[in-house]
Design a protein around this ligand. Structure first.
Ligand code: GDP
Length: 407
């Protein structure tokens, strides 16, 4: 009996021992395999975008994909002990300097923008010229189309006369013939041998000085900022003069443009003397050895005498340092005839050397380019094609006409 009890006890002990082994080994099997070490994937450096904040500083510690993807609530973030044993004190982020895009080929964008508009000047003319019967009524319609597109009376008459003569000589008209003919005649009106470069050479020891004038609201400050970007893109160093002390936000606006491309802005108190700011800006440009100084001015047209006094003074004072290289008149292309009136007033006050037509993206007309050049005898040098930082294009007559006529 005792022997039997002993055998039973031994048997029980053996069963317990074996089942313990199984459980232990099961437990081991249930353990998940060690995770493979997470790949270190760094986000590509963010492309600086217009209007976006600066990209994170480059010396930011690399983060694993989990750290990038898993959102951590603020509470958890606080509760987490600092994982980094050897903290690196991040340098304060340097102001991110943007690299503006090259200026070549920017005008092509106008084509895309006008392509959406069914009633652009060029397309309207082509449709009319393609009619089987080009009678007097049709020629009148062609004339009206040109006038409505702000081409101006004298250039319209010239163009209609030239077209009538050439269509008569041509006899049969294929769409290709008409397109070529219209292209040539529009180019003649725009003039292909104007020097449209923005002059910024300056003197031996002095920077090039460009004064930007125009009625407030036309896009003067924006254009000055965009022009700074164009110059920086071309490898020039720029100082900005915020001499529009009349409009409260103008100096801040200009400074922001400047900071984005690393250009210093010289400014004064609100309502301060524009001439002294302009003078100081050129002085700063000389001291810095800058290539170009761009001066934004105020354009209130309350009285012509006031404007004349102010701009005349700015010009005289700046010229104490040396001659101005350019006086650019900024006109809003959407204002049509009103723009021409402004052009006349400014031309009486200062010697305009180039025209900037802004907001061409906002009009399907485009004829104002022809009219304003005629009016002032001064070339359109730049055009504004939108509110984007790089939406300022050198004016090229061929690309402009191609944009007007479309494919
Ligand atoms: P300023 O008073 O003459 O200095 O005018 P601003 O530079 O402040 O510009 C007035 C407005 O016109 C702003 O909202 C600009 O973004 C806008 N603007 C300037 N140029 C262009 C352009 O080429 N196209 C469009 N669509 N808007 C423009």
């Amino acid at each position: 009996m005792e022997i039997l009890i002993l055998v039973v006890v031994i048997a029980l002990v053996a069963v317990v021992a074996i089942s313990g082994l199984v459980v232990t080994s099961r437990k081991k099997k249930q353990l998940p395999p060690a995770p493979p070490s997470a790949p270190t994937i760094t986000a590509p450096p963010a492309e600086p975008q217009v209007g976006e904040d600066a990209a994170p500083p480059r010396d930011e510690p690399r983060r694993t994909i989990e750290e990038v993807e898993l959102p951590v609530s603020a509470d958890e973030a606080v509760a987490e002990p600092a994982a980094v044993e050897d903290p690196v004190v991040a340098a304060p982020p340097a102001p991110e300097i943007e690299v503006p895009e090259p200026t070549a080929g920017r005008l092509v964008r106008l084509r895309a923008r006008l392509a959406r508009s069914q009633n652009s000047l060029g397309k309207g003319l082509l449709t009319l010229l393609s009619r089987d019967n080009l009678d007097e009524d049709t020629w009148e319609e062609i004339e009206d189309t040109l006038l409505t597109a702000d081409v101006g009376v004298a250039p319209t008459q010239e163009l209609v006369e030239a077209l009538r003569e050439r269509v008569r000589v041509l006899g049969t008209r294929t769409p290709e013939d008409l397109r070529a003919l219209l292209r040539e005649e529009l180019l003649k009106l725009l003039g292909t041998d104007f020097d449209r470069t923005v002059k910024t050479e300056g003197g031996v020891d002095t920077p090039g000085v460009v004064m930007v004038v125009g009625v407030n609201g036309t896009g003067k400050t924006t254009t000055t900022g965009k022009l700074a970007r164009v110059l920086v893109a071309d490898g020039r160093s720029v100082v900005l003069g915020a001499a529009d002390t009349f409009r409260a936000a103008a100096a801040d606006q200009l400074q922001t443009w400047g900071e984005r491309v690393g250009a210093r802005t010289v400014r004064g108190p609100e309502g301060g003397d524009p001439a002294s700011i302009a003078f100081d800006a050129v002085k700063e440009g000389i001291a810095e050895g800058a290539d170009v100084v761009l001066i934004d001015t105020a354009g209130r047209l309350h009285t012509k005498t006031g404007l004349m006094d102010e701009l005349g003074k700015v010009k005289r004072v700046v010229e104490k340092h040396g001659p101005l290289d350019e006086v650019l008149l900024v006109l809003d292309a959407t204002t049509g005839q009103n723009g021409l009136v402004q052009a006349r007033v400014f031309a009486e006050v200062v010697n305009i050397t180039g025209i900037v037509l802004t907001k061409l993206d906002g009009t399907a007309k485009g004829g104002i380019v022809i009219a304003v050049q005629r009016e002032l005898g001064v070339p359109v040098k730049l055009v504004g094609l939108g509110e984007g930082a790089d939406d300022l294009a050198p004016f090229e007559p061929e690309a402009f006409v191609d944009a007007l006529i479309g494919d």
